[in-house]
Design a protein around this ligand. Structure first.
Ligand code: GDP
Ligand code: IMO
Ligand code: MG
Length: 426
């Protein structure tokens, strides 16, 4: 299998989840950003929770790009991100400030939509009303995107318009009257006037910035949020998020054709997890479920909910690889498998006796699919100190090679611990 080391990557790279999210995107972006002039978020909002552990400490980022720890990287929040200023300013800036990390290289696109207090309230109200819950993070992401599509939402630049006060008052009046909310205009005005002042130096146009960087030969890294299986169009609707999580999201946010991305890096854990509702054919139950949750600390970064673990699902992974043109894979949490006697991977589905060869985003259909497993040997040794592929136990090497063979995509990054340096570059 052709290996193309990621450690010295150049050009345009994108990291996208080929799963239901929480695969370790934050930690790989933090690492790869050391070679990036630009690190850009293109989708999602504060529903994202990207964990980073490096020499500055441990962080949970929601809106801020995970490249912020690298002083040479300009970090862009693209127009396709829904911008939650409360999360950015009252949580993330504080985390970074405490650790002495500067965000002077941050640029927020003036056309990005703003998540406002009513979006968060409506996310929760709608979820409570649903017969069948999605398990939304209640961060207001869906309602913010809905307003953008309806062309009624506030965008970052609106904060600086002469008539902002009037626009805000009218909108709050509308929300209170038609949605029976009890929003306080005075409170929201002073909150957003404060935010507007704080972020003013960081507002700009992100598309020309990234285009200029490419012209100068700079390396550009796109940071996906969530994962392909939660994509609004391709995922199991309605158990999805509200944005395009794959390469098409980059196009929508930065006008960049997917063909121009040199490294499309699909990331997943060595097993898989899902948080919130929706079908998951390879879900693990019983004592092994508990073991993985405890060993892997499978608790959501944003919502604090327990994630459901499952065996790696190569049917879904291969679909994500195919549609997004993934040409390299990154695997995290291989260390969690140490001491497992047997490891399963799902290599096909059956519905009744019939083999399934077409998958759509139909949640009901996916919930009827039964996995066909291949079983591989596990290993006993702790692998967290290993930094070279050939030093891994033979069974661990075999696990990686088997997946490469089935997917026909090289695995170039293997996480063996949560910290930046706990990785094997292959
Ligand atoms: P993201 O949303 O894709 O950035 O992932 P999250 O941060 O939500 O969840 C990934 C979790 O796994 C975090 O707690 C990380 O610190 C942790 N993690 C990432 N890579 C590894 C790894 O290789 N080994 C272990 N043990 N933990 C990891
Ligand atoms: P990162 O970037 C895992 C899930 C929620 C819910 C569904 C809809 O950290 O990988 P939403 O708040 O978008 O309306 O929720 O999507 N979800 C995530 N699951 N990781 C995420 O982000 C997620 N963002 C949303 O749990 O099932
Ligand atoms: Mg996460």
């Amino acid at each position: 299998m052709a290996k193309n080391s990621l450690r010295n990557w150049q050009g345009v790279a994108a990291v996208i989840g080929v799963d239901w999210g929480d695969s370790g995107k934050g930690r790989i972006i933090d690492d790869l950003a050391q070679s990036a002039q630009i690190v850009a978020r293109y989708n999602g909002g504060s529903n994202t929770g990207h964990t980073i552990e490096n020499h500055f400490g441990k962080f949970a980022l929601h809106i801020m790009p995970s490249g912020i720890f690298n002083p040479q990287s300009t970090c862009l929040i693209g127009r396709g991100v829904v911008c939650d200023l409360e999360s950015l300013i009252d949580d993330e800036f504080i985390q970074l400030k405490k650790a002495g990390v500067s965000w002077k290289n941050l640029v927020i696109d003036e056309e990005a939509s703003l998540t406002m207090p009513w979006h968060k309230q409506k996310d929760g109200l709608r979820e409570n009303f649903r017969q069948s819950k999605i398990g939304t993070t209640a961060r207001g992401v869906g309602p913010t995107y809905a307003d953008r599509i309806e062309r009624v939402g506030f965008r970052v630049a609106d904060l600086y318009k002469k008539d902002f006060k009037k626009l805000l008052k009218d909108e709050i009046g509308f929300q209170n009257k038609h949605f029976n909310l009890k929003l306080s205009y005075g409170k929201i005005l002073s909150q957003f006037q404060k935010y507007a002042k704080i972020i003013k130096p960081f507002i700009g146009q992100t598309v020309p910035l990234f285009q200029q960087s490419i012209k100068r030969g700079g390396n550009v890294l796109f940071e996906g949020a969530q994962g392909w299986l939660l994509d609004i169009d391709a995922g199991t609707y309605p158990y999805v998020t509200s944005s395009n999580t794959g390469v098409i999201g980059i196009w929508r946010s930065f006008d960049l054709h997917p063909q121009k991305i040199n490294h499309v890096i699909g990331i997943t854990k060595a097993y898989t997890t899902r948080v919130g509702a929706g079908p998951m054919p390879t879900k693990i139950i019983g004592s092994l479920r508990q073991l993985i949750i405890e060993k892997g600390h499978e608790i959501g970064t944003t919502s604090g909910r327990t994630r459901d673990p499952g065996w790696l699902d190569l049917v879904l992974l291969k679909a994500a690889v195919e549609v997004n043109g993934v040409n390299q894979l990154a695997f995290t949490k291989l260390d969690i498998f140490s001491t497992f006697k047997k490891i399963k991977i799902c290599v096909g589905y059956k519905v009744g006796d019939k083999k399934v060869d077409y998958l759509s985003g139909n949640a009901d259909f996916l919930s009827r699919c039964k996995p066909v497993f291949m079983e591989l040997d596990g290993w006993e040794e702790d692998i967290s100190k290993i930094r070279k592929f050939t030093l891994l136990p033979k069974a661990a090497q075999n696990y990686i090679k088997t997946i490469e063979k089935i997917t026909n995509v090289p695995i170039n990054f293997i996480g063996v611990g949560p910290r930046r340096e706990e990785v094997i570059y292959v």
